[in-house]
Write a protein that binds this ligand. Structure first.
Ligand code: BG6
Length: 483
């Protein structure tokens, strides 16, 4: 089968081209696509940012970003890729700078027949509307060429601001031009949560409330802010990680499996809408927040959150959140879902763990069955069973069936795969506005609660497993974190 690639010439404009996301994720992903020969002969990648930079300097910047993530590059391919990289600096509120960008695009595309223009918006929310307006006013969006506007999550800051962003987007673009991106949906491992169920009906028999005690969905990171202080201090972990990534994983696990790929978005949305906050007199019983202090990760001392540059000494931003949810989906009714995510934890791991109910006959050493699907970190699948050890009385030891869940086929970095899909006009693994709405509906009241001065913010040392209070919080429900 022909590998998935961009079939004909395209241009991609990256707004926020000198930012962290572009540096860490987008440029390395684009290089990998070039390396794997997924680009046509003619294409252009044009960075746009406020920083004044000559084109050569920008190419150096992109080169540095690629080399930092991919230690062994193919020099020839990197050189050829960089020759397609261009820069057009300017102000987001200046129409003239956008006209300059449009001219640049035309002069590049003049030599070939451009089949699609894409704009990747990785810019702070306050300049978002200016970028949209000027894309039109300056002629970057041109009716003669198919267009895709890709917007990174979190889209908006809450439901209200999302509606404002969405209204602006719709003021300029048609639905089929808007691509709301959650990069977790570009991860093979995350998509596999759905496909594991699809391809293994045996799991479907096991995934039901009469058998399951609880589910844990964890996204732990050992990294801290990686220079994104301004963004993060206003956002926090609940909005940054739960609003899309964790809720999407929960919906992929609980959505109804249907035959056709065309219904994936609809089923994901339905599952998301079925998630709800358990009724509780006190919201502290269903959500808990923390913030890291000085500690050690991978043997190195790291500073606490409030000591990071540009973070106020009294910041109450959460870097850890644990949340309890329920689903109305008939097979999952009554099963508690514990979602948690933290920065500066002991290790990077993204995992779904399903703990089954206690065994009928418990002998010495017996423990409930459990299934782990580890999506990032040491990716793999583990089924925790029990086997009898020899002797006249039943006593058990754990039997763990394990296989690494390694992508072995056509594996592309998530931003690369999503970009190719956007080029093809495939929206299946992009968020629908209704999904974003449904997520904000869950997150908004929680965020409001966490921001209250009297809501506790538990401190935890960097490099550990989060706040001790989170362990006790889960223990009240008879739940023990699974790693
Ligand atoms: C991003 C968040 O969406 O996901 C970051 O903004 C976070 O704060 C990142 O670090 C985690 O992504 P990944 O792919 O490393 O799990």
């Amino acid at each position: 089968m022909k590998p998935f690639s961009a079939p004909s010439p395209f241009s991609l404009v990256i707004f926020g081209a000198s930012g962290n996301l572009a540096k860490l994720k987008i440029y390395p992903a684009l290089y990998v696509l070039a390396l794997k020969k997924r680009f046509p002969g003619d294409y252009a990648i044009v960075g746009f940012a406020r920083t004044e930079m000559a084109e050569a300097e920008f190419r150096k910047f992109v080169e540095g970003a690629v080399r930092a993530e991919i230690p062994e590059v193919n020099e020839k391919i990197l050189e050829s890729f960089l020759s397609r990289v261009h820069y057009a600096g300017g102000r987001y509120d200046n129409k003239e700078d956008f006209s300059g960008l449009a001219k640049k695009l035309w002069s590049l595309e003049r030599k070939w027949n451009c089949s699609v223009r894409l704009a990747y918006l990785s810019v702070p929310p306050m300049v978002f509307s200016q970028v949209l307006e000027n894309m039109f006013a300056g002629g970057v969006h041109d009716k003669k060429i198919p267009f895709r506007c890709i917007v990174e999550k979190p889209v908006g800051h809450d439901l209200k601001s999302f509606e404002a962003v969405q209204a602006q987007l719709l003021g300029f673009f048609k639905n089929e031009e808007i691509y709301l991106l959650d990069h977790y949906l570009g991860k093979e491992a995350v998509r596999n949560v759905y496909y594991l169920r699809f391809a293994n009906p045996v799991f479907e028999r096991l995934f039901k409330n009469s058998l399951i005690h609880h589910v844990e969905i964890a996204a732990m990171e050992s990294l801290g802010l990686e220079g994104r202080t301004g963004y993060f201090d206003h956002t926090g972990t609940l909005r940054d990680m739960f609003q899309s990534h964790l809720l999407m994983m929960a919906s992929l696990l609980t959505m109804l499996i249907k035959e056709s790929e065309d219904t994936i978005r609809e089923s994901r949305l339905n599952a998301l809408k079925q998630l709800y906050l358990p009724p509780a007199a006190d919201l502290n019983d269903i959500i808990l927040q923390g913030q890291y202090t000085k500690g050690k990760t991978h043997g190195e001392t790291v500073i606490g959150y409030r000591e990071e540059d540009d973070i106020p000494d009294n910041s109450r931003a959460n870097t850890y959140v644990a949340l309890k949810l329920l689903s109305r989906e008939f097979r999952w009714q009554g099963v508690p879902f514990y979602l948690r995510s933290g920065k500066r934890m002991g290790k990077k791991e993204t995992r779904i763990s399903i703990q089954f109910r206690e065994p009928h006959v418990v002998g010495e050493g017996g423990a409930p069955n459990r299934m782990d699907v580890i999506l990032q970190g040491e990716a793999g699948m583990r089924l925790h069973l029990q086997t009898k050890i020899g002797g006249t009385t039943p006593a058990f030891r754990p039997l763990i069936l394990e296989d690494p869940l390694v992508c072995m086929g056509d594996c592309l970095p998530e931003h690369g795969l999503l970009l190719l899909e956007a080029i093809h006009g495939k929206q299946t693994w992009f968020l629908t506005p209704d999904e974003v709405r449904a997520s904000w509906r869950i997150v908004d009241p929680l965020q409001h609660h966490l921001e209250k001065e009297d809501t506790p913010l538990h401190l935890y040392p960097a490099g550990g497993n989060g706040p001790q209070e989170a362990v006790e919080w889960a223990a009240k429900d008879g739940v023990k974190w699974m790693a």
